[in-house]
Design a protein around this ligand. Sequence first.
Ligand SMILES: [Zn+2]
Ligand SMILES: [Zn+2]
Length: 367
Amino acid sequence: MTKDYYSVLGITKDASQDDIKKAFRQLGKKFHPDLNPNNKAEAEEKFKEISEAYEVLSDPQKRSNYDRFGKVEFGDGRSDFTWQDFSHYSEFNDIFDKIFGSFGGFSGFGDSFFGNVRNQGPDLDLAIRLRISLSDVYYGTKKRVKYRRNSPCSECNGSGAKDNKLNYCSTCKGSGQERVVQGGGFMRMVSVTVCRTCNGRGKVPVELCRTCNGYGSISTTEELEINVPRGVQNNQKIRYRGRGQTHQGRVGDLFVIMSIDDEKDIVRDGDNLIIRREISFAEAALGTETNVSIFKETVTVKIPPGTQPGEMIRVKGAGLPRMNSQTLGDLIVNVVIPVPKRLNARQKELLSQFEEESGRKRPWSRR
Ligand SMILES: [Zn+2]
Ligand SMILES: [Zn+2]
């Protein structure tokens, strides 16, 4: 199934990054599920589609892959988009703060919306993506991140009530539960749900706190130093307890999801690093030592005599650190032996002599 991300966002193939962002903002507002209570499911589907298109087209690398191959790989080689692949949560906050005011940002989404990302403390967990390099994985690093969350209102200590004065909820008589009767005649369904007036607390503010409008929390920008451990895996989640949303005395967790950028000349395979190294035919035949740069390190690799093209030479313990272990993966050097394209007269003569010495006729081109 090939999706046309450009038409999803209603833009043309030559759209600039600004155009893409603008389209995402406009459509995001239009199809936000909470703004479409009458066709929520449809809006959710559409909203996910828009977000997927934005995730791909706003990333130059993913966009160029999509332009060339008509598809994109998300985490673990999957071609299907899930919310875990979405790395623009801060853009959501930017857009939806304006719609939802001080209660904006993440809490504006329906409970099920980020399903697999917010897997605990249902509506209060947050997830952000942190882009790091393979070098960060090799050395470990610290990164400062900024994110928006609802933190407790200091004016009312999170109660939402002016001067902390609360009354029993008249809707549920303090039980925090609401009985809803549906249907008629002999088919009558009674369901018990959380009281919508007091949100299950059984109490309501006598007067709303002016600072937080009764929500007990206000939207703030948080700054946090993330300790990126050595050897971390792509899409690995690091959990920061109590750093998620706050709402009426409850607090969720923050999940920081690692997003590791590809390195130009180094491929990661688990804890191993694979690089290509060109050596000459003579070096391969006679054996040599060659220096390989791995980030800021130099590794000396022994090429034994008689090394063949495509051979993989393994340097034990020169790869990535393993998490929670003192050991390291391996460095694997993929040996490439190019055949020289231009030779001068003397090189030709020497190679011809070499062939004669090896018991073969002089090469035909020489005559
Ligand atoms: Zn109530
Ligand atoms: Zn307050």
